[in-house]
Ligand binder design. Sequence first.
Ligand code: MTE
Ligand code: MO
Length: 371
Amino acid sequence: MEPQLSEVSLPARLAEPDEDISAEELALAARNHGMPLEALRHDRTPAGLHYLLVHYDIPYLDPETWRLAVTGQVGSPFELSLAELRELPARTVRVTMECAGNGRAQLRPRPVSQPWLVEAVGTADWTGVPLREVLERAGADPDAAEVVCTGADHGVERGVEQDYQRGLPLGEALRDEVLLAYAMNGEPLPPQHGFPLRLVVPGWYGMAHVKWLREIEVVGTPFTGFQNAVAYRTRQSPEDPGEPVTRIAPRALLVPPGFPDFQSRHRIVRPGPVELTGRAWSGRAPLARVEVSTDDGACWRDAEVEPAGAHPWAWRRWRATWRAEPGRYVLSVRATDADGVQPVTQPWNRGGFANNAVHRVPVTCLPARNG
Ligand SMILES: Nc1nc2c(c(=O)[nH]1)N[C@H]1C(S)=C(S)[C@@H](COP(=O)(O)O)O[C@H]1N2
Ligand SMILES: [Mo]
């Protein structure tokens, strides 16, 4: 028998009830890193602290020979070089991006995949050409269904060999703030974040923001490729067709207060006023409120939230003060948007997508050091 792809490419699987993180999950976690939560203090996440998720390998692309092909239902297909893209009208949008699998490792049963806790998030200033500008120049068919974006990366997933590709509905693709981005925080994209060009779809989970773009194709019917039709759907069972994962559900995160123990990451504070602060966001509806609890969700009180200001697609800072006294606590924070509040118990789905259970941080307040 010749070797088959199915020998090396694993089907989707749920962990056994008592199964620890596997060596495969560890290999994924060592490549794909989260944002250290203390970096929530930055309005804009420095590129090296932004979370990272790469399905296959980071492609090595030569900016001199690289081209973006614009194809499909367009008046005239064409190619653009990086220099040509840089000459088109550009804009910069500050965007909070979050992986759709954020929170996955806290689910029971645990879907076996990149084992995120809560840290798969980051906020950057993305600069580039509105996708709409390029679609209009191409004479894209206004009655087309989707724009299929193809990355230069190639791999296999659950037995299906593929380039990373996602279809985006035309109505979303034509939003002013959807970008073909060539810069992150004012610098050329780093290789791991999509050099030389990536899609940025403010408000949508990470999977829509296709990196290492090499082609955008205007198509007449919804795309049925793997990342839309098989992955990134909220399913209860393998047979369930599920719903597509799209916009980011509300979430608030807390900068873990005090200082940590190295191995356990457990937090320690000393008695007195402790500033609780962090960020909150939602991609699906305007943020309405942020609340904190110091007794594991028994009582909640409102935090102060900064106004949306100039960056409607970015996270917002929140603050509250806690008077700590010696004892053991679980601090939590939850955001509410116009569609509802974050759940305490996470609704489950097989891929572990669109989780937004409240963030809980155990903290020990030790007696005063000189007391
Ligand atoms: N071409 C390509 N684009 C991709 C991916 C990928 O593996 N290949 N991963 C997606 C996923 S799942 C996420 S969460 C974001 C992560 O973007 P970042 O690594 O810049 O934070 O990129 C998306 N775009
Ligand atoms: Mo993701």
